[in-house]
Design a protein around this ligand. Structure first.
Ligand SMILES: *Cc1c(COP(=O)(O)O)cnc(C)c1O
Length: 478
């Protein structure tokens, strides 16, 4: 049945709120608002009772797939369960005003300070900025920090950033935005950075190296210390894209591995509802050599109280209003504090175990691109199915019919018909077994009834959409 718009549910005289009685002297509107701004007709707003509003939105929420409904194995996005206590703490402090003076914001400043300390402990970095509003903005800030470093050292000849072909797509984009030229490094047959190719691209013009780790094949890079030595040997800087840190918490730290800069995605690794465009938080951590360039202000303790220090003459400046996306930080801080060091380590152990379990159960049905122990995710190839006439896209669409979100498709680019799967640590064996059954069933359907897949999904409120048309004729209003 077609979903009604809320305006179509309107019944004259129905109310969802009660407005308090006037307790100030009555004035006519045109004494306050100039005549030309007064409306002449009544606005066409829906008149609905509170239960009707609640039902409307609950109904809408069930039409879309979300992680509170079922498994959401969207590789690299870490669509894990978001504990409700995070929302409780975030809403408890939502009334804090960003212009409140420091004396009245000690609690919040204390949370920022403590969160930065926790992130330093988790990553082995010396300092963090919480300002960037997304992983990709964090990358941009990280590369701007590199640029500042090279500027102050007179390294004007350094114009190149090395990036592996298995990097997350935002990496080359951020590098280009910061004014560097991207030079791609090939992956070897194991799915890791090809050392021979890497060495051939090392020269004095290289400003740094940006590595997604684990890489987008879900594999941990094996030669990081050697790569770091080569990069540091030409006064370059090492950047780790740590968006998928749920594979490494309490196990390995970018700071110890030889990286100078890393970003984290609070809205992946440290929970927070995301997808659909935000809000997010992509803090940047750095070692000693880059501390002075971090965005300002920075939270510090002075005479026993917290305060915002703006006095960093070499800072790259502010990258977000106030101090970043506050609500996300509160959620991440709650999550980290609730779990503690052992809980965080356990997250990564379970994330890795879950991904390997799924990978082993599915590799007989779909081709496994790189058959090695994976970290938080793995990449299947539907190339064999494609040869029978059913693409990765059609498999992904068919999954929706069975009540699961699809994996990430066609990424990384180095795998044909890629299906990148990340179960996350919050799924239990029973859920993963249901997913395995469905994937096997779909693989059978490819042989027995390919038509079914070509027009899938069949059971969702919206069927197959014309994505090309949507992209060319973007309309985000109804
Ligand atoms: C998600 C992700 C990003 C980008 O993060 P956003 O917050 O979506 O901008 C960057 N790198 C990797 C590896 C990611 O998984």
């Amino acid at each position: 049945m077609k979903t009604k718009l809320i305006i179509e549910k309107s019944i004259k005289g129905h109310m969802g709120t009660s407005i308090p009685k006037l307790d100030v002297p009555e004035q006519t509107l045109n004494t306050i608002i100039p005549e030309q701004f007064l409306r002449t007709d009544t606005p066409n707003l829906p008149e609905v009772s509170e239960p009707e509003v609640v039902r409307h939105y609950v109904d809408l929420s069930t039409k879309n797939h979300h992680v509170d409904k079922d498994l959401y194995p969207l590789g690299s996005c870490t669509m894990k369960y978001n504990p409700k206590i995070n929302d409780w703490t975030a809403s408890a402090v939502a009334g804090v005003h960003p212009y409140q003076p420091e004396e009245l914001s000690q609690g919040i400043l204390g949370v920022y300070y403590d969160l930065e300390q926790q992130l330093c402990a988790i990553t082995g970095m010396k300092g963090f900025t919480l300002q960037p509003a997304a992983g990709s903005q964090g990358e941009l800030v990280g590369v701007l920090l590199m640029r500042k470093y090279h500027e102050l050292k007179g390294n004007d000849h350094k114009k190149i950033m090395l990036i592996p072909d298995a990097a997350h797509g935002t990496n080359p984009a951020s590098v280009a935005m910061a004014g560097y030229q991207v030079v791609e490094v090939k992956s070897n047959s194991k799915g890791l950075v090809d050392l021979v190719d890497f060495k051939s691209k090392i020269n004095d013009r290289v400003a740094g190296f940006m590595l997604t780790n684990p890489n987008t094949l879900g594999l941990f890079e094996e030669n990081i210390s050697q790569l770091a030595e080569l990069i540091h040997g030409i006064d370059g800087l090492m950047y780790m894209d740590g968006a998928n840190m749920n594979a490494m918490l309490g196990i390995a730290r970018p700071g110890d591995l030889g990286f100078d800069i890393t970003h984290l995605n609070l809205h992946k690794t440290f929970s927070t509802p995301h997808g659909g465009g935000g809000p997010g938080s992509g803090p940047i951590g750095v070692t000693d050599k880059l501390l002075a360039y971090l965005p300002r202000p920075r939270v510090e303790i002075l005479g026993g109280s917290y305060h915002l220090n703006y006095d960093f003459p070499n800072s790259i400046g502010r990258v977000h209003g106030f101090y970043g996306n506050f609500g996300i930080m509160i959620r991440a801080w709650t999550y980290i504090r609730m779990l503690g060091p052992d809980g965080l380590r356990n997250i990564s152990k379970v994330a890795i175990t879950n991904a390997n379990y799924l990978m082993h159960k599915l590799k007989d049905v779909f081709e496994l691109a790189y058959d090695r122990t994976c970290m938080h995710e793995f990449v299947l190839s539907a190339q064999a199915q494609k040869e029978k006439g059913v693409s990765a896209l059609q498999i992904a669409k068919r999954l929706l019919d069975y009540g699961f979100h699809s994996p990430t498709m066609y990424f990384p680019l180095i795998v044909k018909e890629a299906l990148m799967i990340e179960p996350t640590e919050s799924e239990n064996k029973e859920t993963m077994d249901r997913f395995i059954e469905v994937m096997k069933k779909i693989a059978e359907e490819v042989d027995s009834n390919p038509e079914l897949l070509l027009n899938a999904p069949h059971n969702t409120p919206v069927g197959r959409v014309d994505e090309t048309y949507a992209n060319r004729n973007l309309n985000v209003r109804w």
